[in-house]
Design a protein around this ligand. Structure first.
Ligand code: GTP
Ligand code: SPV
Ligand code: MN
Length: 578
């Protein structure tokens, strides 16, 4: 690889503080990162990416397998031979005048039978510093590698950050990932979406486990028992916020406590007890900054006040940072995410407000900084999963919460999920797109086979987790959110656990079970009259309309779709019409 990329130098990342500090210093000198005020934000830095490099570029992301059929209609395909050839021409000499860093990293606790090792080669110090937060990296992993000798080969070069030559390539059959001409998180921190979701999902099917775009949180009940819930919401739809929520005042006296296991990725497998156990392969958050404040996510504020890298947020004159929806007053001036002087109220040539921070600006912070960090983060077996939640952004249609009739129906609910597009991926904002299990951009193989795999996994468990669907984003006729969300979501989680423990009954509707309004504990939350009814309403006419979109989506998989999905589809239509 060094022969291809022609770096001036090769440096192995050992995971020591001294090496990291030296790299930080160099990166500051080179202008790659900016050191923030070290009294107010110790160990914190700011980085700006190129203007056209601020989110994942799904249209430049490919799965390269021998057979096109294997990637399905959900992925872009290139043959491995064509992809290697095309990328080699771009990687050729791309690291001239630069250092190539070699990062050995482990996704999951080092040495756990469940973990996977990768080695990322990169010419970006920003990538190295992020990988040191997001993964177990360095010497310890090399020692583990001596025993395992299997690892994912990851190559990244920022090259010229030229969007016209940008490629994010996955070769699951070769356990290889190549990424070039980007410096944005999801495209370049190759342990994250590329390894832990796209390549891992491919391996998980073969090895009979699940690699999912899911958060994992623990809810400690008043009796001290902790139950764990996994949840799949599409990008920028609330996983990070839910995983570290602070109980609302009205429920606090009940004694609940939330434990954060993970906010983005869950690897789950059936253990010897026949139950599903999950762990988070990452050691950090790569979270959305805008909207993070002491009201929405007080625990995150306590997490990102040290050892954090901010990307594309506003730089304040006092050496701290700001974003839209942060605490306190809007700063009078600053330097925006593009490095330009900024003042509130500025508009662009089309009269649109110029934001100080990019809508997909992010922070990278260690999970152990979080006051809610679970004490089971490093446990090799992970945690037992009692329930799974699917969710998305739907202004209309989907009620606050509903429960699947059984595993197969739950898989259908996951397979037919849809959500309005956010700024986490390039494309038209707000457009409803199908995003099964929040995995549409991340499933490294044909999704028809993925649905089959989910159905089979359910059969392999003694007591599969119950499956639910939530929607925090339903709006009224003026476009205002009906549900206050964030900490108040615990009220819904409480109902979900009550259902799992057979403590409450529910109302059967055509789409699943919804709560009796009286079973949601609303202590301390005054919703206007009729709001809860609107939140829980299921309109069969609207759902019949929705079913047309589902049918069109399913048809894309042609004969590959498991018959169970069509059975569920027909059963739903029948219930809606009766
Ligand atoms: P990725 O990191 O992209 O996978 O996103 P995520 O699913 O972790 O999303 P995150 O928790 O960062 O939330 C993204 C956006 O949704 C932020 O702007 C939040 O303020 C907003 N958000 C999160 N939870 C809620 C909620 O319960 N209600 C409302 N209205 N907004 C929410
Ligand atoms: C997402 O987009 O779902 C993320 C951020 O979690 S990134 O790692 O950039 O993909
Ligand atoms: Mn994500």
């Amino acid at each position: 690889m060094a022969r291809l990329c022609e770096p001036d130098d090769i440096v192995w990342i050992d995971g020591t503080d001294s090496q990291r500090e030296a790299l930080e210093k160099e990166a500051v000198q080179e202008g790659e990162i900016i050191r923030l005020d070290q009294d107010k934000l110790p160990g914190c830095f700011l980085h700006r990416t190129a203007k056209n490099d601020v989110a994942r570029t799904e249209h430049l992301t490919f799965i390269c397998t021998k057979k096109k059929r294997d990637v399905g209609p959900n992925n872009n395909w290139m043959s491995p031979r064509a992809a290697y050839a095309k990328a080699k021409a771009i990687f050729k000499g791309s690291m001239r005048g630069r250092t190539m860093y070699v990062i050995p990293f482990s996704m999951g606790p080092v040495g756990s039978p469940f973990s996977k090792i990768g080695v990322e080669l990169t010419d970006s110090r920003y990538v190295v510093l992020n990988m040191l937060i997001m993964t177990h990296a360095g010497e310890v992993v090399l020692r583990q590698l001596e025993q395992e000798d299997k690892f994912t080969k990851c190559l990244h070069s920022k090259a010229q950050i030229d969007i016209n030559k940008r490629l994010i390539l996955h070769f699951p059959e070769d356990n290889t990932i190549w990424s070039v001409n980007s410096g944005y998180g999801g495209n370049v921190l190759l342990g994250k979406k590329c390894l832990s979701l796209r390549v891992a999902s491919f391996l998980a099917r073969k090895e009979k486990w699940l690699a999912e775009h899911m958060l994992i949180l623990g809810i400690e009940e008043p009796n001290g028992q902790i139950e764990y819930i996994a949840g799949a919401f599409p990008s920028a739809c609330g996983k990070t916020n839910l995983t570290m929520l602070e109980p609302p005042e009205g429920l606090r006296k009940k004694g609940y406590r939330i434990w954060t296991v993970g906010d983005d990725i869950a690897w789950m497998r059936v253990d010897s007890d026949g139950a599903l156990w999950g762990l988070n392969p990452e050691t950090g958050f790569f979270g959305v900054a805008p909207g993070t404040n002491s009201e929405t996510n007080p625990n995150m504020l306590k997490t990102i006040n040290k050892n954090t890298i901010f990307t594309n947020v506003l730089q304040k004159p006092d050496g701290t940072v700001w974003w839209e929806g942060a605490d306190g007053e809007v700063p009078e001036e600053g330097i925006d995410w593009q490095g330009r002087p900024w003042k509130p109220g500025m508009v662009d040539e089309n009269g649109k407000p110029i934001t100080g921070a990019h809508p997909n600006s992010r922070f990278t912070a260690p999970i152990i900084n979080a006051p809610t960090a679970s004490f089971r983060l490093e446990q090799h077996h992970g945690v037992p999963i009692s329930a799974m939640i699917f969710g998305g952004r739907r202004q209309h249609l989907a009620p606050l919460v509903y429960e699947a009739f059984n595993w197969q129906h739950g898989v259908f609910i996951g397979a037919t999920m849809a959500s309005e597009r956010t700024s986490a991926q390039v494309g038209k904002l707000g457009e409803v797109r199908r995003d099964p299990m929040a995995m549409f951009p991340f499933c490294g193989y044909n999704m028809a086979d993925y649905f089959k795999h989910w159905l089979a996994m359910g059969k392999g468990m003694n007591k599969p987790p119950r499956i639910f669907h939530v929607n925090w984003f339903r709006t009224d006729q003026n476009g205002k959110f009906l549900w206050p969300g964030f900490r108040e979501n615990l009220r819904v989680l409480e109902w979900i656990l009550d259902r799992c423990n057979n403590k409450v009954s529910a109302v059967k509707t055509a789409i699943g079970f919804i709560p009796n309004a009286s079973d949601l504990d609303m202590t301390g939350l005054d919703l206007p009259d009729g709001t809860l009814e609107k939140l829980l309403a299921v309109d069969n006419q609207d759902w019949l309309e929705e079913s047309k979109g589902i049918k069109d989506f399913f048809k894309k998989f042609e004969g590959d779709l498991p018959p169970e999905m069509w059975q569920e589809f027909e059963a739903l239509e029948k219930r809606l019409k009766s």
